[in-house]
Design a protein around this ligand. Structure first.
Ligand SMILES: [Zn+2]
Length: 111
């Protein structure tokens, strides 16, 4: 089954967080296995994401640990600000990615 961009972005972030952790472990002097595979998987996934979305993700990731976060009970789990109802209603209708008006993170709805 093909993934949509939202699923790809969430997976990409998972990989980036794993790579980040691996980097920190490597800094402590431990030998890393599977690091090259992680990087490769990350590159392959990134190539499948539409360019504007990817660059937006990269910009956010440069300053935030998580660029894309879920919304639960209309609350952005990045900054814990309640989202406007209009936005919440729209977000549930499709798989589009929205932006938190407070922190600028990319949002998706958890059901
Ligand atoms: Zn937010």
């Amino acid at each position: 089954m093909a993934m949509n961009d939202l699923e790809r972005l969430v997976s990409l972030q998972d990989l980036d967080l794993m790579i980040q952790e691996a980097d920190e472990v490597a800094k402590l002097g431990f030998a890393m296995t599977g690091y090259a595979e992680l990087q490769k998987a990350r590159e392959e996934l990134a190539m499948q994401i539409r360019k504007p979305l990817l660059s937006r993700y990269e910009r956010l990731r440069a300053k935030l640990k998580r660029a894309i976060v879920p919304v639960k009970n209309d609350i952005c789990l990045g900054c814990f600000l309640r989202q406007p109802t209009s936005l919440a209603a729209r977000g549930r209708e499709d798989e589009q990615i929205f932006t938190c008006e407070n922190c600028g993170r990319m949002l998706y709805w958890l059901d």
